[in-house]
Design a protein around this ligand. Structure first.
Ligand code: CP
Length: 327
């Protein structure tokens, strides 16, 4: 079986492999811009969406991606399924396989669920976010947006400073981004409130970097100093488990992505990202989220070509030429 049969994680993907995925996504973007806006090259594929946890951006962009490649969609609804009667993940996955699914897209609140799905399924499994662990397609779309806006002359992120600020502890986005951004050569600085950074120093220390760097710093200002790009992370209140972060205003003053803070410490051209959904007025101010620095909606739009590329590569491998752009 091809090594790219699944997309469970980005950890371990080399910079050339990431560049290849960006190139395939670029071709998918061209297909989306074409008059037809779609092709039918994946018409032999049936894609099942298994979302055990809420999602707007990831689920809808996978749906759009499957449509744009001509795949059949099995829009499985966990809340009205037999999962409520105790059906296991493996049983659901095997059932979907028996119904003709060739690809399964899994979001789950338990880290590792996509790996369990892959053990029970003979087709392709794509991780759409598992617990605090990984969010591979989010990291790939973030990388595509950052390379477009702040790449060095060689197309990498070498020498670029990227700040990631907020709820690091609960963020699968930061864990996947740490690999892709450093593999691209970026110097990443992380900061967040003490209850949300506990254990993160060990996590960072345990990582082996081939390029770039990661530093955990004490304040948002330190993280943002001279940053070419800054990503705010959502406070994941549903995962706080009783930990108190004080008032919303205190959080905003200490950790919020505010225009005052960006103008004072970041590079003048610093661009701002947020994986969404946003708590505006808490980890990011509305005038930043909707202002000229913001790449937030570009991140959302990038989800479609990035996930088209993920579906294509799972079905055909990393080296297969992507579909021809229709005229
Ligand atoms: N970024 C992200 O995963 O958003 P959703 O939860 O809306 O899919």
């Amino acid at each position: 079986m091809a090594a790219t049969q699944h997309l469970l994680d980005v950890d371990g993907l080399s910079w050339p492999e990431l560049q290849r995925r960006l190139a395939v996504a670029e071709q998918m973007r061209a297909i989306r811009r074409s008059p037809a806006g779609r092709v039918s090259d994946l018409r032999d594929q049936s894609v099942a969406m298994l979302f055990y946890e809420a999602s707007t951006r990831t689920r809808l962009s996978f749906v759009e991606a499957a449509h744009a490649l001509g795949a059949h969609l099995i829009d499985f609804d966990v809340s009205s399924s037999s999962v409520g009667k105790g059906e296991s993940l493996a049983d659901t996955v095997r059932t979907l396989g028996a119904l003709g699914a060739t690809t399964i897209v899994v979001r789950h609140d338990r880290a590792g669920a996509p790996w369990l799905a892959a053990q029970a399924f003979s087709g392709h499994v794509l991780n759409a976010g598992d617990g605090w662990h990984a969010h591979p397609t989010q990291a790939l779309l973030d990388l595509a947006v950052l390379v477009r806006h702040i790449a060095a002359s060689d197309g990498s992120l070498t020498g670029r400073r990227i700040a990631i600020v907020g709820d690091l502890l609960h963020s699968r986005v930061v864990r996947s981004n740490l690999h892709t951004l450093t593999a691209a050569g970026a110097d990443v600085r992380l900061a967040g409130p003490a209850p949300l950074i506990a254990g993160f120093h060990d996590y960072v220390a345990s990582r082996t970097l081939t390029r770039g760097s990661i530093r955990v710093v004490a304040t948002a200002d330190e993280a943002l100093e001279g940053a070419d790009a800054a990503m705010a992370l959502r406070i994941q209140r549903e995962r706080l488990d009783g930990a108190s972060l004080g008032s919303t205003e205190t959080y905003r003053m200490e950790w919020g992505m505010t225009e005052e803070r960006l103008a004072r410490v970041a590079a003048p051209s610093c661009r701002v990202l947020h994986p969404g959904p946003m708590n505006e007025g808490v980890e990011i101010d509305p005038d930043v989220a909707q202002g000229p620095r913001s790449l937030v909606l570009e991140q959302v739009a990038e989800g479609v070509p990035t996930r088209m590329a993920a579906l294509w590569i799972a079905a055909h491998g990393l080296d297969a030429p992507p579909p021809v752009v229709p005229v």
